[in-house]
Each structure stands twice: as C-alpha cells, then as structure tokens.
Design a protein around this ligand. Structure first.
Ligand code: GRF
Length: 189
C-alpha cells in the first residue's frame, strides 16, 4: 500500500478529488490531511471522507521536526501539496526528497513565486494579455515554485475572459489531471 499525505490550507477541492479517486483502491490511500488553518474548508471535507486531520502551527512546523517524524513514522510515500501556501522547512524537503509535489495554477515558470497564488495568478494572467494558461505539477524544493516540472496541461484564455473565468478553467484541469498524475507517480515510477 502506498500512502499519501496531503497538505492544504484552503477549500480543499483538489484534496477531495484526490481522496475520492483512491477510495476503494487497494494500492494507494490518502492516509492523512495536514493543515495550518483550522478554518480551512478542507477540514470539513476530510471529516466527510473519514480521513484523519492534523492541524499544526508555525512553531511546530518550522522550529521542530515533529511533522517530518510523524510522516516518516506513518511511512508516507508521497507528500502532496494541494493549495498549501507555506514554504516547506529544509529538513522536511530533505527527508522527502523527490517525494513532495505541488500543483500550481499557471504554466510555470511564468506566474510563479512568492505571492503568486490563487486569484493573484489569474489576475496577472489576464492583465498580461496571455492567450493561454494552465496547470503545473512539479516537485517541491526549498524555493517557491522552482522544482522540476512533472506535468503541465493548458487551456485557452479568451480576450474576454475574466480572472474568475480563468480560475474555473484551471480548476477543471486540476481536478481532471492531479489524481491521475499522482497515481502514475506512485504506481508507474
Ligand atoms: C489550486 O488552484 C492549486 O493550484 C493552488 O491552490 C488551489 C487550491 O484549491 N495551489 P483547492 O483548495 O484545492 O480548491
């Protein structure tokens, strides 16, 4: 059995799609959802999906090795960041080298880096007059959005599209591809 730990700080729609995708799968399971945000929508979703949740604060995350040790003890094979905004501490990145992935709602290396998340990304894409956007699934290192790219998918940005229109197209791509890319990484490495 391959075990996934999901980190999310927001609504958690991707976390839910991933968990649902592996329900009844006897090779892969989502073992744990971790969040720094007690008000995050992902927590309700996790309860509904009967997945354990671990809430942590900044001190625990950056000043102790508790999270890394817990993930090691639970024999986690892959850490998936699905709308998680904090930079990972170097010790965690090192302990799970090439076993941490993130999804970014644009075609990296464009529209990435600190502060480029959520609606800021789609606003920048529209303001920049881009004709396409998309999603990037990439390995995580110690810098924002700079690890090696694993997968990208594109969508058209029409001249009349608002940032909300782009966000909707991106979410469709995320839900469609993220679970499958994870399955591929774990089962066909
Ligand atoms: C997604 O757009 C993802 O690309 C980004 O954060 C968003 C998370 O959305 N990293 P949700 O919480 O999964 O709905």
């Amino acid at each position: 059995m391959k075990r996934i730990a999901l980190f999310a700080s927001g609504s958690g729609s991707n976390a839910e799609k991933i968990a649902e995708y592996f329900t009844n799968n006897d090779e892969v399971k989502v073992s744990l959802i971790l969040s720094n945000n007690p008000k995050a929508g992902v927590i309700d979703r996790a309860r509904r999906l009967h997945i354990p949740v671990l809430l942590f604060d900044r001190h625990t995350f950056y000043q102790t090795d508790e999270i890394t040790e817990l993930l090691q003890n639970q024999q986690i094979d892959l850490i998936v960041l699905a709308g998680f905004l904090w930079l990972l501490p170097p010790s965690l990145v090192k302990a799970f080298e090439r076993r941490i992935i993130n999804i970014h709602p644009a075609l990296l290396p464009k529209f990435g880096g600190k502060g480029m998340y959520g609606h800021f990304v789609h606003e920048a894409v529209v303001a920049g007059g881009e004709t396409e956007s998309g999603i990037t699934i990439h390995y995580v290192n110690e810098k924002y959005d700079e690890g090696d790219v694993i997968f990208q998918a594109k969508c058209v940005v029409e001249p009349t599209d608002t940032p909300e229109d782009v966000a909707k197209k991106i979410q469709v791509l995320e839900h469609q591809h993220f679970p499958k890319v994870i399955a591929d990484l774990l089962l066909n490495p």
